[in-house]
Design a protein around this ligand. Structure first.
Ligand code: PLP
Ligand code: COI
Length: 344
């Protein structure tokens, strides 16, 4: 099938309407089969709990065209587990693993003309979502649910090409509390963060960086990505926190840091001010962000730069990026079994 005529190299992270999406309803306590649909418009009751009380969760995944033309998904089993952790936390029915996988494969295949070609640098972003529909008024779980998967071809999240060096500004608002919902991928966490991202952008940063809500001291995560830090003494340190999303990209980079770069891996609270002098390189990571090296961070009223003027990419983040993206795009061997092929 011919690919769409898009300027793949110029794509940003914007919604582009593709031909098909998957929709399945959960009614009277059970899932219907679901099917591909053409309309991107969802019609929901005005009383839907997704609209009032944010009873909603989602996932973010990518498909890449591999060298042989097949579509490559990265660790979709972990997205399937994570959407169900979120669903259970906010009292929604779980999405059966088989439905999750078949929905994703069907949507990717049906929209194959929209999957960016091998070597284009772009990918097909996949957005599974689960939300409470049907009439309701009191604060209680919905009586019906919809599981939907749509896709959109995308380029990099932060900048328009290559390995973007970004900047972060520490927010004085909290994204999530230690016993709250920060570790679940639910829309409510993101609505609360819109202001912090706007304020970070007003300071000239790309994204907000959150510290822990209890002490405003330890690094939690960025608004749309986890944080990884390479520190003096060949250390690769990731923030341990109950309030952050368990990023699939971060977990994978940790494995690569240990196995390929032979770094000493630590997962523990990171005291931003107390340990800043030991930071050598920092990056934000996630499905959309991939690995975005951080050139500077704004906190305590001033910018703090890494490696000179904060324009260069350090060797650790460059190597981690190459290893990760090499596996994701099918250019490097995948010794971990992370890639799930969808035959096109
Ligand atoms: N943290 C937040 C708040 C996110 O929205 C995302 C994106 O999914 C991540 C971290 C990264 O998670 P993952 O690597 O699983 O995409
Ligand atoms: C992702 O990386 O998939 C995300 O969901 C981040 C999102 C805020 C764009």
């Amino acid at each position: 099938m011919d690919k769409k005529e898009l300027d793949w190299a110029q794509l940003g992270f914007e919604y582009i309407k593709t031909d098909y999406r998957f929709s399945a309803k959960h009614i009277n306590g059970k899932w219907e089969d679901g099917s591909l649909v053409e309309s991107e418009i969802i019609s929901v009751h005005e009383g839907a709990p997704a609209l009032h009380y944010a009873q909603q969760c989602f996932e973010g995944m990518k498909a890449q065209t591999g060298p042989d033309g097949n579509a490559l998904l990265f660790r979709p089993d972990l997205n399937s587990i994570r959407i169900n952790e979120a669903a259970s936390r906010i009292l929604m029915p779980e999405v059966p693993r088989e439905m999750f996988f078949s929905a994703i494969e069907e949507v990717v295949r049906a929209n194959q003309a929209w999957i960016p070609p091998y070597g284009s640098g772009a990918s097909l972003y996949i957005r599974p979502m689960l939300f409470g529909v049907g009439k309701n008024l009191g604060v209680r779980p919905a009586e019906a649910y919809e599981f939907r998967v749509f896709v959109s071809p995308v380029g990099p999240y932060f900048q328009s090409s290559g390995l973007a060096v970004i900047s972060l500004a520490v927010s004085d608002t909290d994204r999530a509390s230690p016993h709250g919902t920060g570790s679940y991928k639910i829309g409510a966490n993101y609505a609360g963060g819109l202001l912090a991202t706007r304020e970070a952008k007003a300071l000239g940063a790309d994204e907000a960086l959150y510290l822990d809500a209890a002490e405003q001291r330890y690094i939690d995560e960025a608004g749309s990505a986890n944080i990884i830090v390479s520190m003096t003494g060949n250390r690769f340190v990731t923030p341990a926190s109950n309030a952050i999303l368990p990023s699939i990209t971060r977990r994978s980079l940790t494995t690569l840091a240990e196995d390929c770069l032979k770094l000493n891996v630590e997962n523990r609270p990171i005291d931003l001010r107390g340990e800043f002098d030991e930071f050598e390189e920092v990056a934000a990571c996630g499905t959309a962000a991939v690995l975005s090296p951080v050139g500077r961070i704004y906190f305590d009223g001033q910018w703090h730069n890494f490696y000179g003027e904060g324009k260069e990419v350090g060797p650790v983040m460059q190597e981690l990026y190459d290893q990760l993206v090499g596996i994701q795009k099918g250019d490097k061997e995948d010794p971990y079994g992370w890639i799930h092929q969808v035959q096109i």
